[in-house]
Design a binder for this molecule. Structure first.
Ligand SMILES: Nc1nc2c(c(=O)[nH]1)N[C@H]1C(S)=C(S)[C@@H](COP(=O)(O)O)O[C@H]1N2
Ligand SMILES: [Mo]
Length: 333
């Protein structure tokens, strides 16, 4: 059971209790839209949302080791309205299972997340492999409410559970020569229907500079909304890097490697002019094919579907900007 203090500004007891209420509120907003004659566009958007609402699957459930308290890390909490569990678990990018937003839920059923282990290797004093059960207990689990901004122009606000990646990294003692961290995720052609496609090079590989990986906001996450992660969101362990575009937040991690050279990431390999190594959220640097100035908050697609202004570093500027002092962010996109 989650323990929440009132200061978190968020009082839901169990996810299942809040979701119907939020759906209800959204429906009321939609009804008002119909009444005021704004129904056309709202109806079209609602159709997609309602289709996703049909896709509910059993929730993965709670775990004693996930009893989390609200984080005290600066920037790790927000008063913003949460994205519904329904939206966060049915509208996903996880290309190993397909490129449609609904594919990760639909096609991840055969993917096995137990047993699971994560190895940490490369330029470290202690190469180690952690069983997921041990990894869960390595740091104190916290709840953090992060915005996640996808490079495609939408965002969500999700209560994640986990601890700072730095907790894990300091256990393996990085060597002085380590400058980057590479993240390698699971690949299994028997249970992942899209890994024989050439849309990306598999396994999905991402990377951070060592200081970014050690930043307290960089989260190693095991759960969301008080429960263990569902497969479509990256079970059993993923990264969440809230000031970077969503694709930096690698799901279903199997290996973390400390390196001297900048890792060659899957997205940089597939389209280097569109996706850079840093990929910090930046409204002033457009993607070559679209603007990054605004975003659509998932769940706000009913009535009054107003786009939001995208914030520098996704709103985490005061926490992270100093890491990029003096860097030309147009060049290092
Ligand atoms: N292994 C893996 N991790 C991944 C992806 C992926 O395709 N494969 N997609 C990324 C992208 S583009 C985004 S926006 C986020 C989405 O996370 P969510 O579905 O939990 O919101 O996961 C990221 N992590
Ligand atoms: Mo994304």
């Amino acid at each position: 059971m989650l323990i929440r203090s009132d200061e978190s500004g968020w009082n839901h007891k169990a996810g299942s209790e809040i979701t119907p209420q939020r759906v209800y509120q959204d429906r009321r907003a939609w009804m008002r839209g119909v009444a005021s004659g704004a129904a056309g566009a709202a109806l079209a958007l609602w159709a997609g949302r309602d289709a996703r609402a049909q896709m509910q699957t059993p929730r993965p459930g709670k775990l004693a080791a996930l009893a989390a308290v609200p984080s005290k890390v600066p920037g790790a909490m927000t008063m913003e309205r949460l994205t519904t569990y329904q939206d966060a678990s049915t509208y996903n990018n996880f290309y190993e299972f397909g490129t449609d937003k609904s594919d990760p839920l639909k096609y991840s059923t055969r993917f096995q997340t137990t047993p699971w282990s994560l190895s940490v290797e490369g330029l470290v004093k202690q190469t180690r492999t952690f069983a997921i059960e041990d990894l869960l207990k390595l740091g104190a689990q916290e709840e953090r409410i992060y915005r996640l901004r996808c490079v495609e122009g939408w965002s969500m606000v999700i209560p994640w559970i986990g601890y700072s990646l730095s907790e894990l990294l300091r256990r393996v003692e990085p060597l002085g020569s380590a400058r980057f961290v590479e993240f390698v995720t699971a690949v299994d052609s028997k249970t992942m229907p899209n890994v024989d496609s050439t849309v990306l090079e598999w396994p999905y590989v991402e990377g951070l500079r060592l200081d970014e990986a050690m930043h307290p906001l960089t989260l190693l996450s095991f759960g969301m909304y008080g429960e263990i992660l569902p497969k479509q969101n990256g079970a059993p362990v993923r990264l969440v890097v809230p000031w970077k575009y969503g694709f930096k937040s690698s799901k279903s991690l199997v290996k973390i490697r400390l390196t001297e050279e900048q890792p060659r990431t899957s997205w940089v390999k597939s389209a280097p002019r569109e996706y850079g190594f840093f990929s910090n959220v930046n409204p002033n640097v457009d993607h070559p094919r679209w603007s990054q100035a605004t975003e659509r908050r998932i769940g706000e697609d009913g009535l009054f579907a107003k786009k939001r202004k995208t914030l520098m570093f996704n709103g985490y500027e005061s926490q992270v900007a100093s890491m990029y002092a003096g860097m030309d962010l147009r060049k290092f996109y």
